[in-house]
Design a protein around this ligand. Structure first.
Ligand code: HSE
Length: 404
């Protein structure tokens, strides 16, 4: 028997208990032992819920119980999660977590402790909900030099953008729906401002490139400035607006990373990733293109990924299996040097002015928006775009990058 303790009985924690109870026979078979939930830690009481019988309020009980082999951290946030996880690892207990904030901030240190102790710190559910992307990067795509990861990594914002474009829903009501469905973070600012996607691309990039990408160095822009007018332009262009988290290798050893809304055309596999779904596009030098797609948030998809880590840890109780991450820092190049195309809405400018400054551009006029127009630039460095756009003297309403 392998005893586990679940820290946190919120959306994901209750999902973990439900998944283990629903599929216990096949899970035990795959783990090679019976998985027994010995404790659930939460400050609250749950009268009438069978979990009440194994509920504890004091982490010391778990930390000091030598029978607990695996600790499942699904509380979220940095503290007390960090302290609890570190103590568990130091006591020789493997840990799995869905906590992207914890992995992005303390991942290298926690992985190092797990490595020293020959146990595991796994975090499949921290990126892409139920999509098995961490395992793929750690143990499947190992023949490649990966040079791009671009993902739709936040289910809440993808759901919101989809509803805003297809149903014309307003920002606040659609955010409320995402919260009710259990997709959003406790503080949804992390979703709509792009911070959640930022932590996830930092984790995926660290695994893909084998060096630690500090999320604080990633340029991050959320979806709060996206308007129904932007959606109308996107529809007219046959494109969709997606919050993309991307990192790329440029040349032999330069990298950039960013999180921002992008206009995505129909030729991209990311165009049709809608609703709460997430997708991670990966390009490798010998693989070419691959895309991983699935449910990106929500109780059971996330719990499915957490329990898959429990199974892996049960199978490898005394062997460290996370190999592809080092603590060496991944330096990022200046974004001004990064090339791209830009969609720009202007008011009070003329097409001639725009063409004088930007040269060849694609012009878009919408009948329902008189007095303004939009244009898409040719490919240029971001610094070059900034210098040119200043010549429009405050006539720019908004700019959205174009995904090529
Ligand atoms: N708030 C996150 C999202 C949950 O919407 O993607 C899953 O990490």
């Amino acid at each position: 028997m392998i005893n586990i303790a679940v820290l946190g009985y919120g959306t994901v924690g209750s999902g973990v208990v439900e998944v283990i109870n629903t599929n216990h026979k096949s899970i035990n078979k795959r783990a090679g032992a019976e998985i027994n939930i010995k404790y659930v830690l939460d400050l609250r009481e749950f009268p009438g819920d069978p979990v009440q019988e194994i509920l504890v309020h004091d982490y010391e009980i778990i930390a000091n119980d030598p029978e607990v082999d695996i600790v499942v951290e699904v509380m979220g946030g940095i503290e007390p999660a960090y302290t609890f996880v570190k103590r568990a690892l130091e006591a020789g207990k493997s840990v799995c977590t869905s906590n992207k904030a914890l992995v992005a901030k303390h991942g290298p240190e926690l992985m190092e402790i797990a490595r020293e102790k020959d146990i595991n710190f796994l975090f499949e559910a921290s990126c892409g909900g139920g999509i098995p992307i961490i395992r793929a990067l750690n143990s499947s795509l190992t023949a490649d030099e990966i040079d791009e990861i671009t993902g739709i990594l936040n289910g809440t914002t993808n759901y919101m953008l989809y509803k805003m474009s297809t149903e014309g829903s307003d920002f606040n009501s659609v955010l409320k729906e995402a919260q009710e469905k259990g997709y959003a973070e406790a503080d949804p600012t992390a979703d709509v401002e792009g911070y959640d996607a930022c932590r996830k691309i930092a984790i995926l990039s660290s695994l893909a490139y084998g060096k630690f990408l500090n999320y604080e160095n990633i340029y991050t822009e959320g979806i709060t400035k996206i308007t129904p007018e932007d959606m109308a332009y996107a529809a007219d262009l046959g494109m969709s607006v997606k919050l993309l988290a991307t990192s790329r290798k440029v040349g032999s050893d330069a990298f950039y990373a960013m999180v921002a809304p992008f206009l995505v055309g129909k030729s991209s596999p990311l165009y049709s990733v809608n609703d709460v779904f997430n997708a991670v596009f990966v390009h490798g030098n010998v693989l070419g293109d691959a895309m991983f797609y699935g449910s990106g948030a929500g109780k059971l998809p996330t719990a499915s990924a957490v329990v898959a880590d429990v199974v892996d840890e049960a199978k490898h109780l005394h062997r460290n299996i996370m190999t592809n991450w080092t603590s060496r820092p991944l330096e990022l190049m200046d974004l001004d040097e990064v090339e791209g195309r830009f969609f720009v809405r202007v008011k009070g400018a003329t097409v001639e002015q725009v063409q004088d400054i930007f040269g060849d551009t694609q012009i878009v006029n919408l009948k329902q928006l008189p007095g303004e127009f939009a244009f898409i630039t040719s490919s240029m460095k971001q610094g070059e775009y900034q210098a040119k756009v200043e010549k429009l003297n405050g006539k720019v309403i908004t700019m959205i990058r174009v995904k090529d």
